[in-house]
Write a protein that binds this ligand. Structure first.
Ligand SMILES: NC(=O)c1ccc[n+]([C@@H]2O[C@H](COP(=O)([O-])OP(=O)(O)OC[C@H]3O[C@@H](n4cnc5c(N)ncnc54)[C@H](OP(=O)(O)O)[C@@H]3O)[C@@H](O)[C@H]2O)c1
Length: 267
């Protein structure tokens, strides 16, 4: 297993998946200038990282380890729909291939990211591994039904993160392993499910993250406050973030989900 060459003077942040939210986070991290290097990894990066190919994840981790120990790793990958995949409205639509694809990308992929990237976190200072889950992954909060594959894969992700966070604190007591629920954000993932005119409820990824900085936060500042890990998401989403949680365990504590945020959009 890789261990990163630790050079505390040099701060490295990593964003995996440069989609709507990941791209905006990388942009915000770069403009915040809190990190010396903001690395973006994904299917089109060099080296390339494909969640469906563990060897590519391992190769990226080795590549990163040679650069130093990342203090922040954000996994912003995920899938809700695709050419041969749509959220199910009924059990009649359950399809083994769709279920397998959702689990492969939303749960198994992030699990492999934890396998290869958690060992890179520094042992002697605060570090964060955050993965984007979804509120619909909450079992207790499921009042609408439907979206079997997405919901179940995110529920699995939450449990994987919870379990890894317990293991992580044995070797890295200052580190945080957390799943975050971003609230509905205007990206390609949510586009087909937002009713016309739902702009007020769905934050545009880039402008929202810029707004967060404009309010004086700065991502680095947020990341220094591990017990408010939900604040990793943008200011516009903070109401949703308060409800969030998907198993955030800073220092072993678990945040809980309380209220629903939307009825017709992913969350
Ligand atoms: N948008 C929302 O309203 C919302 C709400 C709740 C939760 N979330 C969660 O937030 C996360 C990010 O969502 P988003 O809205 O930013 O979606 P998005 O714009 O569709 O981005 C998804 C990202 O996942 C990457 N990805 C998919 N399959 C991959 C694979 N096999 N290997 C590597 N990367 C892969 C995509 O890579 P490519 O660029 O290569 O395609 C893309 O960068 C997801 O986990 C989603 O479930 C979003």
């Amino acid at each position: 297993m890789n261990e990163a060459a630790d050079s505390p003077g040099r701060r490295i942040a990593v964003v995996i998946g440069a989609g709507g939210i990941g791209g905006a986070l990388a942009e915000a991290l770069r403009s915040a200038a809190e990190y010396d290097e903001v690395v973006v990894l994904g299917r089109r990066s060099t080296p390339a990282l494909d969640l469906l190919d563990e060897a590519s994840i391992a190769a990226c981790a080795r590549w990163l380890a040679a650069r130093g120990a990342p203090e922040l790793v954000i996994d912003a990958t995920g899938i809700l729909h695709g050419p041969a995949m749509a959220p199910e409205k009924s059990w009649r639509e359950l399809d083994p291939a769709t279920l397998a694809q959702a689990f492969a990308i939303n749960a198994i992929g992030p699990a492999l990211l934890m396998k290869h990237f958690l060992p890179l976190l520094p042992r002697d200072r605060r570090a964060v591994f955050a993965t984007l889950s979804a509120k619909v992954g909450s079992i207790g909060d499921n009042r609408l039904g439907g979206w079997y594959a997405y919901r179940a894969s995110k529920a699995a992700l939450n449990q994987l993160v919870r379990t890894a966070s317990i293991e992580l604190r044995r070797s890295r007591p200052q580190a945080i392993c957390v799943a975050l629920h971003p609230g509905t954000v205007d990206t390609g993932l949510s586009a087909p499910f937002r009713p016309a005119g739902a702009g007020a409820g769905a934050r545009r990824a880039t402008s929202a993250y810029r707004a967060r900085r404009a309010e004086g936060g700065g991502f680095g500042a947020i990341f220094r406050l591990p017990r408010r890990a939900s604040a990793l998401v943008d200011a516009g989403a903070q109401a949703a973030a308060r409800q969030c949680a998907c198993g955030a365990i800073p220092g072993g504590r678990r945040r809980t989900s309380t209220r629903p945020i939307g009825r017709r959009v992913p969350g």
